[in-house]
Design a binder for this molecule. Structure first.
Ligand code: ZN
Length: 108
């Protein structure tokens, strides 16, 4: 019978390629100050593109570009009302992570 070393880690399976890629892409999404501001605003309420633009003093083209990026990563979602698009947080997981990070950088 084969005898395993005590410190051998038999059960570690690692992360599959797809998971690894998506996790790194999601962290990348959170590494941009403008995207962090948009996500933080949307964590407080649903907003139209115009509201985001006004609230954060950003250009509409910048906001639209970043919202598309965030949408592709399933971090935000939208609904259409008349001619306006209303954006909100797609998922609480990433907002929880973002709020933990904000708390971490601000605590002693
Ligand atoms: Zn901390």
């Amino acid at each position: 019978m084969e005898h395993k070393e005590q410190n051998e880690c038999n059960h570690y399976k690692g992360l599959d390629e797809e998971t690894l890629f998506m996790v790194s892409q999601t962290f990348k999404a959170l590494s941009d100050p403008t995207r962090i501001r948009i996500l933080h605003l949307l964590s407080t309420r649903e907003c139209s593109v115009n509201e985001i633009t006004g609230e954060l003093s950003l250009m509409q083209s910048t906001v639209s570009h970043q919202l598309r990026f965030l949408k592709n990563l399933r971090l935000v979602k939208f609904r259409r009302e008349g001619t306006s698009l209303y954006y909100s947080i797609d998922d609480e997981h990433v907002i929880t992570l973002l709020n933990q990070m904000i708390h971490h950088v601000n605590h002693d």
